[in-house]
Design a protein around this ligand. Structure first.
Ligand SMILES: Nc1ncnc2c1ncn2[C@@H]1O[C@H](COP(=O)(O)OP(=O)(O)O)[C@@H](O)[C@H]1O
Ligand SMILES: O=C(O)C1=C[C@@H](OP(=O)(O)O)[C@@H](O)[C@H](O)C1
Ligand SMILES: [Mg+2]
Length: 178
């Protein structure tokens, strides 16, 4: 199951919680890229530019979407690349976590780890990215979920209900088996 959506939609937060609930492995593609590179996202953008980061991201998405059982949180720009969109759409269930620009802005304001938002007018950047990317998120998504006013735990419950129709079942932890 793969999460897509804009910065601040909650992909990392919801993905981690959902994986715990389902007893499945969780990977965030940004964290994976950082561990493979030995450097953080800001450093990669500074040294290799966005193009360098996107190359690393495509390699990561290709590898991670082939891992069985994975709950994958992608970065907000993953859908910009057609190859990534194909990997996502063809290899699993894709959930688009949708959030209004105001919500994205509030949730990302204090965090300096997103290089694209370290500009004088992050609202305008988020608006422009949303215009370009929203149709692409919709193109790859099997499920679309608004996240604006819902607590993460509640989001996970809603998502689990939606996922049931796709046949995604929970893994019963050994200590709970009879
Ligand atoms: N449903 C939610 N309600 C309130 N805050 C949230 C929600 N989802 C995420 N957050 C908060 O928003 C911030 C960004 O979330 P994150 O999971 O990093 O988003 P993304 O990975 O989509 O960029 C974090 O501080 C997180 O705690
Ligand atoms: O939207 C984007 O292009 C990006 C989103 C970030 O991930 P989150 O969506 O998890 O913040 C991260 O991949 C990088 O800073 C670029
Ligand atoms: Mg994230």
């Amino acid at each position: 199951m793969f999460l897509v959506g804009p910065m601040g939609a909650g992909k990392t937060t919801i993905g981690k919680l959902l994986a715990k609930q389902l007893g499945r492995p969780f990977v965030d593609s940004d964290w994976y890229i950082e561990s493979q590179t030995g450097a953080d996202i800001a450093w990669i953008f500074a040294k290799e530019g966005e193009a360098g980061f996107r190359e690393r991201e495509t390699r990561a998405i290709d590898e991670l979407t082939q891992q069985p059982q994975i709950i994958l949180a992608t970065g907000g720009g993953a859908v910009m690349c057609a190859e990534n969109r194909a990997f996502l759409k063809q290899r699993g269930i894709v959930v688009y976590l949708n959030a209004a620009v105001d919500v994205q802005l509030a949730r990302t304001a204090k965090d300096k780890s997103r290089p694209l938002l370290q500009q004088p007018n992050p609202r305008k950047i988020l608006q422009d990215l949303y215009s370009t990317r929203d149709p692409l998120y919709r193109q790859v998504a099997h499920i679309i979920m608004p996240t604006g006013h819902t607590y993460p735990r509640h989001m996970v419950n809603q998502l689990l209900q939606q996922l049931q129709s796709f046949g995604l079942s929970t893994v019963i932890a050994p200590e709970h088996k009879s």
